[in-house]
Design a protein around this ligand. Structure first.
Ligand code: 6CS
Length: 339
């Protein structure tokens, strides 16, 4: 009798343990795609996220760098369809899906000061509270947004004023506001997927493009353009998301573990980027000594800055009250971090 009772007690405990195991400790493999190579900024973020998830759970993250599953638009579609669990897509492309995300292309909106910029991304109400609702409408759980570096133009001719961009077919990411922005800068904007940019410059179908310095260096844009011009008009923003249904189906413990991994990767990527802009310029100059790198003076920037008001107006036209609310909140968030 006693033996039987003992047996049953042990059995119940074992079943209870197994049940607990199934609800919180099933080891899953989650797929995460991004728009860059493994050793570029989005890839470094993804690797840190993977390391954190795998150190703090039994789950595994499978990484898919740029090109392995198609272009940016493809990986977004795969995430919305639930084929991928995580995706990094920059608002440059998401702006076609979520018009309010184009706010990141109003020129001279984000601060140049790195500390203020980082504080903005950490604390912004627009980013942390308003954008998640807009992404959720597209089946996406917005996990974070982070900056990837000051954007500079690479062109075949020198650029000191908007007049120098006249007749220049300038590649932009595929969102309408970026088209407005480069029209206001005096260029002929040409929206293209990333995969078409190097060949387009090589064959002279386009004569310019913009990107952060690390990307200009790593993707060898200096091989197909001769001038780099930094007008201080923007910092490249990106965003990491999960498929909403997938995320909602996770245990609260796994959701918290994922958010903690995102937070660790966020800190890591800000640290990683310290000095990266200048190091990348140095690498470009070492690879191609006759490349011309120009940082426009305040006076030279003024006509580019003057175009910001018309781009802002175009943003409000495209997005109405919802876009205005985001823009106003972003301005309040930016004022709060300005020193
Ligand atoms: O210009 C682009 O399309 C790409 N630029 C960066 C910095 N990351 C990914 C994106 O596809």
């Amino acid at each position: 009798m006693t033996t039987t009772k003992k047996y049953w007690t042990g059995g119940v405990a074992a079943i209870a343990l197994m049940a607990a195991g199934t609800s919180s400790a099933v080891a899953d493999t989650w797929r995460y795609a991004f728009e860059e190579a493994l050793d570029e900024v989005q890839g470094v973020f993804a690797q840190k996220f993977k390391e954190e998830v795998e150190a703090n759970s039994d789950h595994e993250i499978q990484l898919f760098p740029y090109g392995t599953l198609g272009e940016s638009a493809d990986i977004m579609e795969q995430t919305q369809d639930g084929i991928l669990q995580f995706v990094d897509q920059s608002p440059g492309f998401t702006g076609a899906l979520i018009p309010e995300a184009q706010v990141f292309f109003v020129p001279y909106l984000l601060p140049k000061d790195q500390e203020a910029l980082n504080a903005f991304f950490r604390n912004s109400v627009a980013i942390n509270e308003m954008f998640p609702e807009l992404y959720a409408e597209q089946g996406l759980e917005l996990l974070t947004m982070f900056p990837e570096g000051e954007v500079c133009m690479t062109t075949k001719g020198p650029v000191a004023s908007p007049a120098d961009l006249n007749e220049v077919k300038f590649r932009v990411m595929t969102n309408p506001l970026l088209v407005e922005s480069y029209k206001a800068f005096g260029a002929t904007p040409t929206p293209l997927a990333w995969g078409e940019v190097y060949g387009g410059l090589q064959t002279n179908i386009i004569q310019g493009q913009e990107n952060p310095m690390f990307f200009i260096e790593s993707t060898k844009m200096y091989e197909v353009t001769d001038y780099i011009t930094c007008a201080g008009h923007n910092n490249f923003t990106t965003a990491v998301m999960a498929n909403s249904d997938f995320f909602a189906g996770l245990s609260p413990e796994d959701q918290a573990m994922i958010q903690a991994a995102i937070d660790a990767a966020f800190d890591h990527i800000l640290e990683y980027q310290q000095g990266l802009h200048q190091e990348s310029i140095d690498k470009v100059m070492a690879a191609k000594p006759d490349m011309t790198v120009t940082v426009l003076t305040d006076e030279q920037r003024q006509p580019f800055m003057d175009s910001a008001a018309s781009v802002e107006a175009a943003f409000i036209d495209m997005t109405g009250d919802s876009g205005k609310a985001i823009l106003d909140q972003m301005k309040a968030d930016l004022a709060a971090v300005a020193n």
